[in-house]
Design a protein around this ligand. Structure first.
Ligand SMILES: [Zn+2]
Length: 309
């Protein structure tokens, strides 16, 4: 399921293909994909003849800005994918919608599970309404450690449920919540309100690091399931606990477990993430080891070097 790094990767992939293009049509193969306005004609009136001026991301939402000030918002949900192809090319079986462009290409929205949605909004105030419950961006400078601590202190929720809550923090889903909690050495069932100052700082850093590593490597989980050009498997080296049940922990060698927490399959190392706080010496060793594991993936993807590529 696409989370913040996958949506950000999609955004970066699409910018050179979409910005500056003019929209010449909207096709809908599954009408309910269009959430608002309710009719294709009303959406077309806002989209057609408009030039695309930029692409933004907010949490897991992709925002396509148009010259008029209107905004096309896309949420991929469970299985949505976006790609630009020649408009005339054969339609994939799960095609739900397509934006036709003035250069003969089309932005296609393919979504097997049909939960993905498009919102065509008239401008910023409708966008504010749509995103009113979306919490702060974990990688933006505005979310300082102090601000994170303040938000956390008010919550008695268990960490797994809290980090999944888009109102608390935007963009993390099941994969990166597990990755962040492992990096922080925190059990998913710990309560937010009981964390020490140091544990809070570790969690803050861990959320940012788990996302940064994934973004720098092209939203690996997404790409690996999506494409077939030889990058498959990279995400296995990059994800430290997610989908690694019964395999050895990269830090301590213990066995990764899978539990059900907050209704979701949850991966953790019971040694690295005990229910009680870790001893400071253990934290120091773990922090060093996790940093070693992340280091190869922190190179910028734009510099051409593809670690483990
Ligand atoms: Zn471990």
């Amino acid at each position: 399921m696409p989370e913040l790094p996958e949506v950000e990767t999609t955004r970066r992939d699409l910018v050179p293909q979409l910005v500056g293009r003019r929209i010449v049509g909207l096709e809908l193969r599954w009408p309910r994909t269009l959430d608002r306005p309710p009719s294709r004609a009303a959406a077309e009136a806002l989209l057609v003849d408009q030039r695309i001026t930029g692409l933004r991301r907010r949490g897991k939402y992709l925002l396509i800005d148009l010259a008029s000030g209107a905004i096309l918002v896309i949420h991929l949900r469970m299985s949505g994918r976006l790609g630009v192809v020649v408009a005339e090319s054969q339609e994939p079986v799960h095609l739900r919608a397509a934006l036709l462009l003035d250069d003969g290409m089309a932005l296609r929205f393919v979504d097997m599970r049909k939960f993905g949605r498009l919102y065509v909004l008239t401008g910023a105030s409708e966008l504010d309404d749509l995103l009113v419950n979306v919490g702060p961006e974990p990688l933006e400078d505005e979310l300082t450690l102090a601000a994170f601590r303040e938000r956390l202190a008010q919550r008695r929720t268990r960490l797994k449920a809290l980090l999944l809550d888009q109102r608390f923090l935007a963009g993390l889903g099941n994969i990166y919540v597990d990755e962040a909690l492992f990096r922080a050495g925190l059990h998913p069932l710990r309560s937010a309100a009981e964390l020490t100052a140091r544990e809070t700082a570790r969690l803050y850093e861990a959320c940012r690091m788990a996302l940064t590593v994934a973004i720098n490597n092209g939203g690996t989980t997404f790409r690996s399931y999506r494409d077939g050009w030889g990058r498959r498997g990279r995400h296995r080296e990059l994800l430290l606990v997610y989908d690694r049940q019964d395999q050895p922990c990269y830090v301590c060698g213990g066995e990764i477990e899978k539990l059900r927490v907050a209704g979701r399959g949850t991966h953790l190392c019971p040694v690295c993430q005990p229910l009680d706080p870790l001893a400071p010496a253990t934290v120091a060793v773990r922090t060093r080891r996790v940093a070693e594991l992340d280091a190869p993936y922190l190179a910028s993807p734009s510099d051409g070097s593809k670690p483990h590529g």
